[in-house]
Design a binder for this molecule. Structure first.
Ligand code: NAI
Length: 328
């Protein structure tokens, strides 16, 4: 029997991850994120199960190693928040959920695109106040527009298929050659030709601030930018400048560079201290959701199945099929 500490635990996850999840796996839930301040909670644990904003840097991993934790199980796809080199050096295995319903995230992108375009969020509020004025709600047809997908893996490809179904011309840009239905181009050409740009590559040293001042300059005037991948793919300050100058016509975000201080909790009664975020959401053509792309019943079930399979494999000394390799 292994003891697992489940960090950043939310109420909606507990039905999927009960305390006695499998014969060999016992789970304790912690609402706190795992980081240098909360790592003291890990005494007596064999494994930790973490999410996107837990901080598994070298210091935290070293302290996990000291108390005997031998597995970090990410219940998400991205692993940019884990120092893989330190984990390997310390003999701590890292596994993740490499794939769970890419359609969940792709369909959320579509929700952002359609809401920004047809302003259904504003229309909803107007109609509730008996305001049936259409001024300010003018949208555009997706049909015939060019959509650029940056990173055409599982989620990018799912979105490309959806947008092709709307009659968009789809361009893709990926670090790897792509086989298949969509035209692959250099990032600079994608930026110059796309009406809608959606980011789907992982965050790494190579992709940090992939979209900055120079890239905004290359975009069409009034382009729409969507990011559901990781916040730091976009240089937020350069993005605010692009919104101010109206170079960027629409911005839809499900992720934000400094989201770990904000997302996944109710901060209604606190003072917003992040001035950059406050400025961002003050624009009428910006729509931000709090990292909910993954949040469908189907995706949660798949995340739970894969994570529990990994924990059980670890508990019974079997190889981990979902292990993160250092070169990923
Ligand atoms: P994937 O691994 O299937 O695809 C990523 C693609 O990006 C690959 O084709 C890869 O070659 C490409 N890529 C890598 N570096 C690149 C670069 N410099 N330029 C262009 N392309 C590059 O990953 P998947 O499953 O499609 O997920 C993508 C990202 O979405 C994850 O890394 C994660 O950060 C994010 N995500 C967000 C969720 C949310 O709830 N908002 C949920 C799940 C994932």
């Amino acid at each position: 029997m292994i003891k697992v500490g489940f960090f950043s635990s939310q109420e909606y996850e507990r039905a999927f991850f009960p305390g006695q999840a499998r014969d060999d796996v016992s789970i304790t839930h912690f609402e706190q994120a795992l980081n240098a301040r909360t790592v003291t909670l890990c005494q007596g644990l064999d494994a930790v199960c973490v999410f996107v904003n837990d901080e598994l840097d070298r210091t935290v991993l070293e302290r996990l190693s000291v108390v005997g934790v031998r597995l970090v199980a990410l219940r998400c796809a991205g692993f940019n928040n884990v120092d893989l080199n330190a984990a390997r050096r310390l003999g701590i295995q890292v596994c993740r959920v490499p794939s769970y319903s890419p359609e969940a995230v792709a369909e959320h992108c579509l929700a952002l695109i359609l809401t920004l375009n047809r302003r259904t969020h504003k229309a909803y509020n107007r109609v509730r106040e008996d305001n049936f004025d259409l001024n300010g709600l003018l949208g555009f047809n997706l049909h015939g527009k060019t959509a650029g997908i940056v990173g055409c893996g599982q989620i990018g490809h799912a979105l490309a298929r959806i947008l092709a179904g709307f009659g968009c011309r789809v361009l893709v840009s990926d670090a790897q050659p792509q086989q298949g239905d969509f035209e692959q181009v250099e990032l600079s050409r994608l930026l110059a030709e796309s009406d809608i740009i959606s980011l789907h590559c992982p965050l790494s040293d190579d992709t940090f601030h992939l979209i900055g001042e120079a890239q905004f300059k290359q975009m069409k005037d009034g382009a729409m930018l969507i990011n559901t991948s990781r916040g730091a793919l976009i240089d937020t300050r350069a993005c605010i400048d692009a919104l101010k100058s109206r170079k960027l016509g629409y911005l839809g975000l499900d992720v934000y560079e400094q989201e770990s201080d904000l997302f996944f909790r109710d901060l209604r009664d606190t003072i917003q201290l992040d001035d950059v975020f406050a400025r961002l959401i003050s624009f009428p053509n910006v729509l931000v959701t709090g990292h909910q792309g993954f949040f469908t019943r189907e995706a949660l079930q798949e995340i739970a199945n894969t994570t529990l399979d990994s924990l059980e494999a670890f508990a019974t000394g079997k190889p981990l099929a979902t292990r993160v390799a250092l070169d990923q």
